[in-house]
Write a protein that binds this ligand. Structure first.
Ligand code: GLN
Length: 469
């Protein structure tokens, strides 16, 4: 079954002309047609474009490593000429005017964009339930959520519709769904991948990254999309050439710290056991394991849920019915603004806009926004200190395995699910979720590895060593 193969294997077969891109793309489309009605990963599939592009690639004598391989894209990342809804009614009919830099790089590498995937509205959520359009089910067990906010992207890989997809991670939206659906998900260092063309949620946290069924596949996509971009002044100037060649399975002698705050109460027993077992395996491979501390990490969730709504409320001010997407019928301009936003945004988005405008308002700014920024610095310093002692950190990715639809109706309960992922975003460091087994309900468990800024190579090397076990 072609659609079950990893990108790396498909790439070898395509380059040797053992299979054609047309065959591969047709196979993916067939799987999507047969099974996506029950999964709900895609908002749109570009059948004709994908097949035409595949035909063109098949005419070439020699192709590059990513050429002719299909990829799915989260509906927050612009693909020129295609609808970009961000899971929201307010952008229901918005057509992207340009390609996101990450998408452009994938297109330049010859990858085939097969479709856009479902997500929580404006990437706010941890279950993909806040999408204005459809539910996405966890392909491992359809009664459970796939995680979020990149639920469609993770499901497209976990259900074997595509070998790889792109998601975005502002507080865990790549790693948490990867853990819930049993695949790999990489959040790069803040600034490593251009944010140009990613609909902004919280600009000082947002990152684009890959989902894949192997560490090596993550590395391929990561190295294709990383790099400086004139269109994003926060993108790093560090060299990203030859990244892929550095990603060999290396673990011997690596120092791995276990932050004691991430293994305490509130972490499900079975999750903890599976992660500890995986850490033992890393130790057997030659890693040095020690306990470390991130004393301010207990504040990271609170910091995140102050700063994220603040940034989001500012970013989302542009959706006023004038320039983008949906515009409500109204008798005058003010009423047009009000009605468009009242009808266009869902409850979670409105909740965060209200929280954000509140914490930024005169009189409250110092107590909330400024305070949270100060604590953010403390969290960053914790990481700085700990990475003087160890190369990587290992933690569970999530406190529990996947939950059922409707199970977390209380927003704060939903926010609590992000407790282990948000601090990497608060500090801007890279992190990956690796599948490390299943609980007694046969739901996947994820282990998170975290590295210092711009040390994705170390993350991917360790992940690759683990996977070759
Ligand atoms: N679940 C988190 C939130 O709701 C993370 C979202 C994300 O990373 N986009 O904010």
């Amino acid at each position: 079954m072609l659609n079950k193969l990893n990108l790396t294997d498909l790439s070898a077969k395509l380059q040797r002309k053992e299979i054609s891109s047309f065959e591969l793309v047709s196979n993916c489309l067939k799987e999507i047609k047969a099974n996506d009605q029950k999964i709900g990963a895609f908002l749109e599939v570009f059948e004709e474009d994908a097949l035409n592009q595949a035909k063109e690639i098949d005419k070439k004598e020699k192709i590059g490593p990513l050429e002719g391989i299909p990829i799915a894209i989260k509906d927050a990342i612009l693909v020129k000429g295609k609808r970009n809804t961000c899971g929201s009614k307010i952008l229901e009919n918005y057509i992207a005017a340009y390609d996101a830099t990450a998408v452009k790089k994938l297109k330049d590498a010859g990858m085939i964009i097969i479709g856009k995937t479902n997500m929580d509205e404006f990437a706010m959520g941890s279950s993909t339930e806040t999408s204005a359009f459809q539910k996405t089910k966890n392909p491992v067990n359809l009664e459970y959520v796939p995680g979020g906010s990149s639920g469609g992207s993770v499901a497209s890989v976990s259900a074997n519709f595509v070998p790889v997809s792109l998601g975005s991670d502002t507080g865990g939206s790549i790693r948490q769904p990867a853990a819930f659906c049993g695949v790999y998900g990489l959040k790069p260092t803040y600034g490593r991948v251009s944010r140009y063309g990613l609909v902004a949620l919280a600009s000082s946290f947002d990152c684009i990254g890959p989902f894949a069924r192997s560490a090596e596949d993550c590395a391929w996509i990561f190295s294709a999309i990383a790099g400086n971009d004139l269109n994003d002044s926060t993108s790093s100037k560090l060299d990203t050439q030859n990244l892929i060649e550095q990603i060999l399975p290396v673990i011997k002698g690596l120092k791995i710290g276990l932050p004691k705050e991430c293994f305490g109460d509130g972490i499900n027993k079975e999750v903890k056991e599976k992660v500890e077992l995986a850490i033992k395996k890393l130790e057997k491979l030659g890693a040095h394991i020690s306990e470390v501390s991130l004393p301010h990490s207990k504040y990271a969730l609170a910091v995140y849920y102050i700063l994220l709504p603040a940034e989001a409320s500012a970013n989302l001010a542009r959706f006023d019915g004038v320039r983008y997407g949906f515009s409500a019928k109204a008798e005058n301009l003010i009423s047009n603004y009000l009605k468009t936003r009242a009808q266009g945004f869902g409850d979670e988005v409105k909740r965060r806009i209200m929280l954000g405008t509140y914490t930024l308002s005169a009189g409250y700014y110092d107590a909330y926004y400024k305070k949270a920024q100060q604590v953010r610095t403390k969290v960053v310093e914790d990481y700085k200190k700990v990475f003087e002692k160890v190369d990587l950190l290992a933690t569970p990715t999530t406190p529990t395995t996947a939950f059922k639809f409707g199970e977390k109706a209380d927003p704060v309960e939903m926010y609590m699910n992000d407790i282990l992922t948000v601090s990497a975003n608060v500090a801007g460091v890279p992190a990956i979720s690796i599948p490390v087994g299943f609980d007694s309900k046969k739901l996947p468990v994820g282990m998170q590895l975290v590295a210092n800024h711009f040390e994705e190579t170390k993350l991917l090397q360790a992940a690759k060593a683990y996977e070759t076990l």
